[in-house]
Design a binder for this molecule. Sequence first.
Ligand code: NAP
Length: 283
Amino acid sequence: LRQRERLGVIGDPIGHSLSPIMHRAALDDAGLEWTYDAHLVPVGSLGAWMRSTGRDMRGFNATIPHKVALLDHVESVDRAARTIGAVNTVVREAGGFRGFNTDPAGFRAALAGLDFDQSGALIVVFGAGGAARSVVYALRPFVSRIVVVNRDVGRARTLEAADASLALDDGDLRPLVREADLLVNATPMGMSHLADASPLPAGTELRPEAVVMDLVYGRVTPFLATALQWGCRCTDGLEMLVQQGAESFRLWTRREPNIEAMRSALESISRAGAVPASGDAGR
Ligand code: NAP
């Protein structure tokens, strides 16, 4: 490994990104004097950025609006990125840049911490964007029934790996979630400008044995509040964020990161509305 490689994250906006804090903690712990910086790259400037600043980097993460466009700017992509249709991690290899998507691995690792029995499970995934696609990709080999629920049901139907789709306002949603073994919120409902929104219908009943994961992180969303009220095991998206970052770190450095160092770096700044200990399994 070279002494001082450069890593980073690109997006627009990018000021809010927690990735620099998390990855600097991991690099520090590993004794690597590498850098990890946030780069503001406007839509339309991706190619130019990759030919200039990006060219000398060991690798980088990508967030909105570049995850899909990157597919056309790298020399090769791994199976997850190709199937999901989005790249969140780029690695400079001998043959050029290679695109990966570490969200499925991050989701699987976060779920493993919740002690979820996948056999014969009924899964309800809210959302049909990149995050929902990663969740379905991660679960498909292990579970028997996945239902995708989305505001735009036409978009939900494009997730061919799912078994069924439903509109968010469909009357059949209430009985479906009452039977679900795992529910995942992969929409922004519950975050910032949608802080009071939940994908669950009013008066939802959940099985206390159900496992519930919100990909939104750093607060008890209305989705998680319902899960806690029914006594479900649940977690927010912080653990997935840490675990997808850990997978990126492995790809760049070929080393195992100190996940606890990454987690505590994030927790120290993002936990204003922390998830109560009962819902914190796996952390
Ligand atoms: P995306 O590709 O833009 O997809 C957004 C999804 O949310 C779509 O299904 C969209 O429905 C739905 N949606 C958006 N606004 C909505 C609203 N007001 N009411 C109902 N549904 C709405 O975004 P993404 O990349 O999949 O990310 C989704 C969420 O996951 C974000 O909150 C993101 O921060 C989070 N995330 C977390 C992690 C993690 O590591 N914890 C990783 C990735 C993503 P339509 O199709 O009907 O527009």
